[in-house]
Design a protein around this ligand. Sequence first.
Ligand code: MN
Length: 259
Amino acid sequence: MTKIGITLHPLTSPDREELDLLARQIAEGVVAAGGAPVFILPDLEETALYAQFSSLDGLILSGGGDVAPARYGEQALPQVGGVDEQRDHTETTLVRWALAAHKPLFGICRGLQLLNVACGGALYQDVSQHAGAIQHAYYPSYPHDYLAHAIAIAPESQLATLLGKTAALVNSLHHQACRTVAPGLRVVAHAPDGIVEAVEITEHPFALAVQWHPEALSQAVESKMLFGALVAASAQAQRESHPPMTQIAQILAGALLDD
Ligand code: MN
């Protein structure tokens, strides 16, 4: 079975109830796509983290609090909240390992922002820093599946190929966004105000991150396609990284003969 790791927020998160629900919905999205979800603690020490990472076929960076602005060389504005430096460190480490190991990677909301910062980009600490920004944060008064704004998807992108379209409506539960996009990341979707809504890494087998929350739009065909694509890419990676069963059988047979 294809194992998909899902990063978790800390117990101390100010929005913990909301994040618990979203984490559960991500796991359900993975299950619906035929994968086996496993959660990754935000403060695992490195040896245990690597052991867990090695056992995974794919990785999801979930939503949550803000990435520490110090990671992109800024002091935090008053609007910044929910920072957990240990989680930032854990997820940055996972991103580096996943990129080095060509392991499929899918980022959601904070996951897109974390990926951008891990690769050398910077964020708007609050979307109000972006000239002409529309509303992107609808919590807590709107339901998570409220379709807040349109996105325009780059026609020649993996995302457009995957979804079979270049326009969609998405939910929006973020108050931060990409300000400077890291080298190596390609912006493949924008909101009408120019805010980055999806990035991908062309050279990687599957590295896609979206600014919206597909797990909270679980009935949307686009959400099913996104989780389905991650699980399919991870299953493919699993087949390529493990010897076929016939080889394993031969090795076992040889070992038995040696006895
Ligand atoms: Mn948005």
